[in-house]
Design a binder for this molecule. Structure first.
Ligand SMILES: [Ca+2]
Length: 176
């Protein structure tokens, strides 16, 4: 994300960010239960992604974009374990999903977030006039919040890739 920094004379008190974001991802999963699909007895596996931003000064903030829990509700039922942990066959799946219309029916999701804590406001007063935030999400495949799916187990898998696309639509600075 990149946008103009606050240049007022009075101390910055609050930032209101209006942004659009779109999520895309790749993952792999395999049911290792011998008789039934893991998901049939419990729930669909889901992805969880927590976006955080590295500031130009090297600090970290979590502002402007909410975390996401993405139920893989479009995933077809997986069969009993086929004996090979290859994330393929009747028991496995690998997918790259550029637009999950189940989790995010509209391509962009707009959110507005207000930031008013002193430590989080500092990056918005950058003296060079431009705020630059590099998004570096933490993401994992989970079977039941907050347990991550291990590489091996009754449900094996992981996240291969996750991307947040973010467009800043509006930045409002408040000094009062
Ligand atoms: Ca397999």
């Amino acid at each position: 994300m990149e946008f103009p920094s606050y240049k007022g004379a009075a101390p910055l008190r609050k930032v209101r960010l209006t942004v659009r974001h779109h999520i895309s991802y790749a993952f792999r999963v395999e049911n290792q239960e011998p008789t039934q699909w893991w998901g049939a007895a419990q729930s669909y596996p889901s992805l969880y992604s927590f976006p955080w931003f590295r500031t130009e000064a090297g600090g970290v903030i979590q502002s402007g974009v909410p975390s996401w829990t993405i139920s893989l509700c479009w995933l077809p039922p997986l069969g009993p374990y086929d004996g090979v942990l290859d994330y393929a066959g009747a028991a496995g799946a690998q997918r790259t999903v550029l637009w999950d219309m189940c989790a995010q029916p509209a391509y962009w999701t707009t959110t507005t977030q207000e930031i008013d804590q002193a430590w989080a406001l500092a990056p918005f007063t950058d003296a060079d006039g431009v705020v630059q935030l590099a998004i570096q999400p933490m993401t994992w495949l989970q079977q039941d919040i907050p347990y991550a799916v291990p590489a091996e187990g009754s449900l094996a898998g992981g996240v291969d890739w996750f991307q947040w696309d973010v467009i800043v639509d509006r930045v409002e600075y408040f000094d009062g």
